[in-house]
Design a protein around this ligand. Structure first.
Ligand code: SF4
Length: 315
């Protein structure tokens, strides 16, 4: 991309973000602990549901040390309603590693952040950028979609482009010294304008340079030309409907039900396996016992519960 075009594109997106950014609590801080809490919560959970949980979590565990010291059961209880409970356990493990191995201060570099429990490439990049204002590129669902469409082309074409290539593209776009605003802007654009279902191209600041938009506009023009010439376009190809896997009854659903049952107990309480089974499945039978034991063994391995003989409890 010519430097002048790149500069214009950066300015356009940053100006759009300045006008349209949502006022989210994690955008008002540079505290790496608070940024990490928000980023972990935002994985798999929508912003509206995260905001109240974010405030409640930080009220319960205001400094990192309080989270590191808390009983894990307390952290899992507070995570209720967010799902993917393993995130809560990993968040506490990270707090403990930062306190015990880093003297309570988060490492600043992406490579060091990645060594923290449960911190993948996206989260490490997000903390480095949103807490320490480093000009790094990283990918989440929204950033991926915007970069693919803007720099490569329509979804059918760009879907096959891998993360390595996208990261290289993303890194070349980050404006020096403005990585924080740039990455927030990409995420915001993907959430509010360049959405998965229907991108709102007419109000997109990237439209003048967007390859997906240009390809779509060219295809529309060709179609209008063909129709004007009396040529009937081929019938639109049916987009294969992706069958959603039902969540209720899935292994993840049962894992959540086990943790919900343990959360409902008074602190320190345990539940016998013979009681847990029928709570999960009304038609629970002795033939289901191996399934139940495998389920709780998995949760035990993930640090979400403790198996004590024939009983289970929160850690
Ligand atoms: S012009 Fe349309 S497809 Fe391109 S980045 Fe903007 S919203 Fe997405």
């Amino acid at each position: 991309m010519p430097p002048a075009t790149l500069q214009a594109l950066r300015e356009a997106l940053l100006a759009w973000f300045a006008r349209n950014a949502r006022d989210l609590p994690w955008r008002r801080t540079r505290d790496p602990y608070r940024i990490l809490v928000s980023e972990i919560m935002l994985q798999q959970t929508q912003v509206e549901r995260v905001v109240p949980k974010y405030h409640a979590f930080l009220e319960a565990f205001p400094p990192l040390e309080r989270l590191a010291d808390a009983p894990t059961a307390e952290v899992i209880r507070l995570w209720a309603g967010l799902g993917y409970n393993r995130r809560a356990v990993n968040l506490q493990r990270t707090a403990r590693v930062v306190v015990e191995e880093h003297g309570g201060s988060f490492p600043r570099e992406v490579a060091a952040l990645r060594r923290l429990p449960g911190v993948g490439p996206y989260t490490a990049g997000a903390v480095a950028c949103f807490a320490f204002e480093q000009d790094v590129a990283f990918l989440d669902t929204n950033i991926r979609r915007v970069l693919r469409r803007a720099c490569i082309g329509p979804d059918e074409l760009a879907g096959g482009v891998g993360d390595r290539e996208l990261l290289a593209l993303g890194a070349a776009l980050v404006p020096p010294g403005r990585g924080w605003a740039w990455n927030q802007a990409l995420i915001e654009l993907g959430a509010l304008v360049c959405t998965a279902a229907v991108p709102a191209c007419p109000r997109c600041p990237l439209r003048p340079a967007c390859r997906a938009y240009a390809a779509r506009a060219a295809a529309d023009e060709a179609l209008i030309g063909a129709m004007a010439a009396g040529v009937h376009p081929l019938p639109a190809r049916r987009v294969a409907e992706r069958k959603a896997q039902p969540y209720a009854g899935s292994r993840r659903w049962y894992r959540g039900r086990v943790i919900d049952a343990l959360r409902a107990l008074p602190p320190g309480g345990a539940l016998p396996l013979v009681e847990l089974g029928p709570r999960l499945k009304p038609d629970y039978a002795s033939a289901d016992e191996p399934w139940l034991r495998a389920l709780v063994a998995d949760l035990d391995r993930d640090g979400l519960l403790v198996v004590e003989g024939e009983r289970v409890r929160l850690p």
